[in-house]
Design a protein. Structure first.
Length: 223
């Protein structure tokens, strides 16, 4: 009964996936348009400077690059996947030191004519490298060493991407602890060591909030 369905030849092109991709691209352009066309300066800017049009241009360039990539043998992609992966990891490490700060994050290299974000390159390199690694013989993949190698390949870019967030969280916890100790010293205590009233605890909490707000302000000015 179902034999014709399974024996029917299928196209090598996934039409549903392409349709979903076009839908996402359309939504992306609408988001950029609604986020940027809100000022008189943006409305009066030349067409070639409109952000939503630049988004479409990048879409066209991306589709062209993807089409060209389809003509490259997958053996060649697999051979260069590991090299691209380690190049991506090196770039992710270098951007933490030499990167340009934009929107409060150090994620880009300023190449004058455009900003290069290594994480976008690392995404593709990671997919190619991991796909190549998991294409090994089944007996080799069954070994525990192969499993942990695959986990390590996933964790390395994750740690490099989250390094600024971890640093900020550690700094925030350190600031909170210091502020708590400083404000606690200002709270009057009875001879039994407990605060006189709950209102003093509220004052201590307000002191911590004020210090945190001043720290965020100074950090924003530094960035």
């Amino acid at each position: 009964m179902f034999e014709p369905l399974f024996s029917e030849s299928r196209s090598r092109i996934d039409r549903l996936q392409i349709g979903a991709l076009c839908g996402l691209m359309l939504v992306g352009v609408l988001f950029v348009y609604s986020a940027t066309m809100v000022t008189d300066a943006a409305l009066s800017a030349p067409l070639y400077k409109q952000k939503w049009l630049l988004q479409i241009v990048w879409y066209v360039l991306g589709i062209g690059a993807a089409t060209a990539l389809c003509f490259v043998s997958y053996q060649t992609l697999a051979r260069w996947g590991t090299i691209a992966y380690w190049c991506g990891m090196i770039l992710l490490a270098l951007v933490l030191v030499f990167g340009t700060v934009r929107f409060g994050a150090r994620r880009w290299f300023d190449l004058r004519f455009f900003l290069f974000q290594p994480s976008e390159f690392a995404k593709l390199a990671f997919i190619l490298a991991l796909a190549n690694f998991l294409s090994r013989p089944e007996a080799e993949l069954a070994e525990p060493v192969s499993f942990w190698k695959a986990i390590g390949m996933m964790l390395l870019p994750f740690v490099l991407l989250c390094a600024p967030l971890i640093e900020y969280a550690a700094l925030k916890l350190s600031l909170t602890g210091t502020s708590t100790r400083t404000c606690a010293q200002r709270v009057p205590q009875t001879e039994y060591g407990s605060p006189i009233s709950s209102s003093l605890l509220v004052k201590a909490y307000s002191c911590i909030v004020q210090k945190s707000a001043s720290f965020r302000g100074s950090t924003a000015e530094a960035l």
